[in-house]
Write a protein that binds this ligand. Structure first.
Ligand code: ADP
Ligand code: AMP
Length: 216
């Protein structure tokens, strides 16, 4: 099962992707998480990516496509995967499409988690992330058990630099210009499914499971 999560930054792609990955036993592949891990480790790739991420801009396709193709070529992705945050541009989608076609393979579902911009700004301001294990919380909607501490690994939770209000607006503009066209791209391929991302996270997940199990 090969799934792409589409949607604005903060729509809940990562939250849902992790739940899908757990239920169906496939890896959750997040290019944002890969970049953040590289920043934390101080790698060359991390330093390059940070320049763009801090401004709310996309990391150039040349860098992003390579890390994604390397990741999905790994053994654990043979049975499928959930892509979260990739593709974010039409050229990225075309490269992925070509790589899959060469393997006689394809994307099964592109799930658009639909959330209006007004809700996004509130979501991002309340998001708290664990830079150690990648878990995410929301101070109102999905709080950790102990304030500021990751339930999963006990490390400190932070407001990501790129979740600060001034950067969120840039990320939303970039989303509308460069990423939203992917909705039509996957619509034309007949694999697009849309879920209402403003609902409670369990209801959003229920709608996704119905799609994946062919009920919708
Ligand atoms: P994305 O991966 O699309 O950037 P996240 O999954 O990190 O988004 O979600 C953004 C923020 O919104 C997080 O703080 C998350 O806990 C919260 N969130 C996710 N899904 C919902 C939901 N259905 N309702 C309310 N808050 C949500
Ligand atoms: P995310 O964790 O998905 O919200 O991504 C955080 C940031 O990482 C984005 O705002 C981009 O700067 C960068 N990024 C993640 N995935 C991609 C991608 N597919 N293409 C370009 N930049 C990306």
């Amino acid at each position: 099962m090969k799934i792409i999560m589409l949607g604005a930054p903060g729509a809940g792609k990562g939250t849902q992707a992790k739940m899908i990955a757990e239920k169906y036993g496939v890896p959750h592949v997040s290019t944002g998480d890969i970049f953040r891990a590289n920043i934390k480790d101080g790698t060359q790739l991390g330093m390059e990516a940070k320049k763009y991420m801090d401004q709310g801009l996309l990391v150039p396709d040349e860098l992003t496509v390579k890390i994604l193709l390397d990741r999905v070529a790994k053994e654990d992705c043979k049975r499928g995967y959930v892509l979260d945050g990739f593709p974010r541009t039409i050229p990225q989608a075309e490269v992925l499409d070509k790589a899959l076609t060469e393997l006689g393979d394809k994307i099964d579902y592109a799930i658009d988690v639909d959330v209006p911009d007004e809700n996004i700004v509130r979501r991002m301001g309340g998001r708290r992330a664990c830079l150690s294990c990648g878990a995410t919380y929301h101070i109102e909607h999905i709080p950790p058990k102990a304030e500021g501490i990751c339930d999963a690994c006990g490390k400190e939770l932070v407001l990501r630099d790129d979740d600060k209000p001034e950067t969120v607006q840039n990320r939303l503009s970039v989303y509308h210009e460069q990423t939203q066209p992917l909705i039509d791209f996957y619509g034309a391929k007949g694999v697009l499914k849309t879920v209402d991302g403003t609902k409670d996270m369990k209801d959003v997940f229920g709608a996704i499971v119905d799609i994946l199990e062919g009920a919708v």
